[in-house]
Ligand binder design. Structure first.
Ligand code: M6R
Length: 594
């Protein structure tokens, strides 16, 4: 998704903004730009990577005030004209924008009738002209900002500079993340804390429909009516180490390797004296609920599916898992005492936010499980639980899945009156993951030999293994671009087996004792049709022909370990195919548009 960095202070804003934008590269983008304000406004924009922008920037470009942006195209294709920053027709206003203005066409038509012309296809240029129009009408920028808050419908985080004011950055937001960073003799804005962490670790949260007036020494917050708001800063717990690659070439591999310590951290944070340590109100809500509704997208939804198995098996409480994008608009019938659990690494996924709003409107309680403290879903739900996985930067989610399934295992076991010695069981999972990580060379060879040349692949499994297959397939397709489907192994013969032909890789996941043989049968059926069969099998169920043997864990917790083999398969497939592992095409890290 798009990223914003703005700086005002005594230093040259250019290198600070470029460095901040680079830390936002992980979010996914297709063009980048920067505006530096001197006697005139200078805007530089390039399609592609930030290095293209850097190359295009004159070495003399300098200013103590500037705004920068990485764009993930929503309105109009990636092009210089559509890149941000955008300026208004008379260049009074220059701004960067994350989000989507739903009524931009209506506003644009109105502006065209007033004589405004446009150079881009974006909704952002419309905001620039709207703000200029109001600024010229009121001759007062704060009145102009208050008026556009009333006019714009949709999501926005905006960083704004004015041609005639070299002392101030303005910013406002609605439903899209944005923070202000407080420095010593400088201040900044950014779409996430990581972009500013090399400059400051002290931040102001910004609520929806608030606007900020920022000079180098002061950050002032106002509500949409212009009332001043007092707010304390907070310190971010992110540190430089978390966001540096260190010895790694890719964040994805670094994050895969971090998974054993992520599990240990979660156990340390949530278990003391063999008991789950979470807010009693959350436990009461979980116990009281007659049905849990898990709402999430992508990898987080797959973690939810595993959570359903765990909770239903251990606690005998019914759980439904829904996609955020479906739930918001096609709500299923609800039970009498539901509890809604949102799972989101970023805590910013727009599809889940829409669903959350619809639940809040009904007056039901909500719990968010997220990796980002202070994220929008965390703030907007009644309760939240942190994953403590550390920043996840690769677009392909790995350690978040392991963290989500681990935390769900702790909750499930607590609700099931501690049927499992969960610390012991999770320590087996950690050992199994460490063992898989030590088999990287074997996995890379399997990928080179059997997977990287394929154009289609399948992961199959049953029960919990089916959930792992869905996640494994998503991971392979999103970074290797090999078309991959996750299938319940019993379902192949009902149609999809028609796609099996010579050399199609079919990867079987086998960790469930009661149905291991059924998956083996499905593998035999595809092998008989010339598929290349690959197996990821827990040790007790393995035989000498299996490809990747995973040390035994409790079958209910197997996905937490088995998935790691599939993550490495995806990593090496993308690497060998020379794709951009951390920033796959067309994808964004946190999907803040519906
Ligand atoms: O931040 P969230 O967990 O809400 O994100 C949900 C999905 O967008 C995310 O899991 C996505 O599917 C990943 N790219 C998968 O690797």
């Amino acid at each position: 998704m798009c990223g914003i960095v703005g700086y005002i202070g005594s230093e040259n804003a250019k290198p600070i903004i470029i460095e901040g934008l680079k830390t936002l590269e992980y979010r996914g983008y297709d063009s980048a730009g920067i505006a530096l304000l001197n006697d005139d406004i200078n805007i530089y924009r390039e399609v592609g990577k930030i290095k293209n922008l850097e190359a295009a920037l004159p070495s003399s470009a300098s200013s103590n005030i500037g705004i920068g942006h990485t764009r993930w195209a929503t309105h109009g294709k990636p092009s210089v004209e559509n890149s941000h920053p955008h300026h208004s027709m008379n260049k009074y206003i220059t701004l960067v924008h994350n989000g989507v203005i739903e009524n931009y066409l209506e506003i644009k038509e109105d502006l065209i009738n007033k004589g405004y012309t446009f150079y881009s296809e974006t909704d952002t240029e419309v905001i620039a002209n709207l703000l200029e129009c109001k600024y010229l009408e009121y001759n007062d920028i704060t009145k102009a900002i208050q008026s556009i808050i009333e006019i714009m419908h949709g999501s926005y985080a905006l960083g704004i500079i004015l041609k005639d004011d070299r002392e101030t950055i303005y910013c406002l937001k609605n439903k899209t993340p944005m923070l202000a960073g407080k420095g010593n003799g400088f201040n900044m804005i950014g779409s996430d804390a990581m972009a500013l962490i090399n400059q400051t670790d002290e931040f102001y949260e910004i609520n929806d429909k608030e606007y900020l007036i920022i000079d180098k020494d002061k950050i002032s917050i106002f509500d949409k009516n212009g009332n001043s708001i007092k707010r304390d800063t907070f310190k971010s717990s992110i540190n430089n180490q978390d966001i540096n690659l260190g010895v790694y070439d890719h964040y994805m591999l670094k994050e895969i390797d971090e998974q054993p310590s992520v599990i240990r951290k979660i156990v340390k944070e949530y278990i003391a004296d063999d008991k789950l340590q979470i807010n009693q109100e959350i436990l009461d809500e979980l116990n009281k609920a007659d049905r849990l509704y898990i709402i999430a997208s992508g990898t987080s939804m797959h973690a939810g599916l595993v959570g359903k198995h765990m909770i239903e098996e251990l606690a005998k409480k019914p759980v439904e898992v829904h996609l955020g994008s479906e739930f918001g608009y096609n709500r299923p019938l609800l039970s009498e005492r539901p509890l809604f659990i949102f799972i989101s690494q970023s805590g910013e996924t727009a599809d889940s936010r829409v669903a959350l709003q619809s639940i809040k409107d009904l007056g039901f309680k909500t719990l968010t499980i997220t990796n980002v403290a202070g994220s929008t879903l965390a703030r907007e739900s009644d309760y939240n639980l942190l994953l403590h996985a550390g920043p996840e930067i690769a677009v392909a989610s790995t350690k978040a899945y392991v963290a989500q399934t681990t935390l769900l295992a702790l909750l499930a076991n607590h609700l099931g009156n501690n049927k499992l010695d969960i610390q012991l069981e999770l320590s087996k999972v950690v050992i199994a993951i460490e063992d898989i990580i030590s088999k990287k060379t074997i996995i890379k060879e399997i990928v080179a030999d059997k997977i990287m040349d394929a154009s289609t692949a399948f992961y199959i499994g049953r029960g919990v293994d089916y959930c792992t297959a869905l996640e494994a397939a998503l991971k392979l397709k999103e970074i290797s671009y090999i078309h991959t489907e996750g299938f319940a192994s019993g379902e192949l013969k009902h149609g999809t087996i028609a796609l099996i032909e010579n050399s199609v890789p079919v990867i079987g996941i086998i960790s469930q004792d009661n149905i291991a043989l059924n998956t083996r049968s499905a593998l035999q059926e595809v092998e008989a049709r010339d598929a290349k069969v690959i197996t990821i099998v827990q040790e007790r169920l393995s035989n000498k022909n299996d490809d990747i043997i995973v040390l035994d864990t409790n079958p209910l917790l197997s996905s937490i370990a088995m998935v790691v083999a599939s993550q490495l398969i995806s990593y090496y497939a993308a690497l060998l195919l020379e794709h951009d592992v951390d920033q796959p095409r067309n994808l964004a890290k946190s999907v803040t548009v519906e």
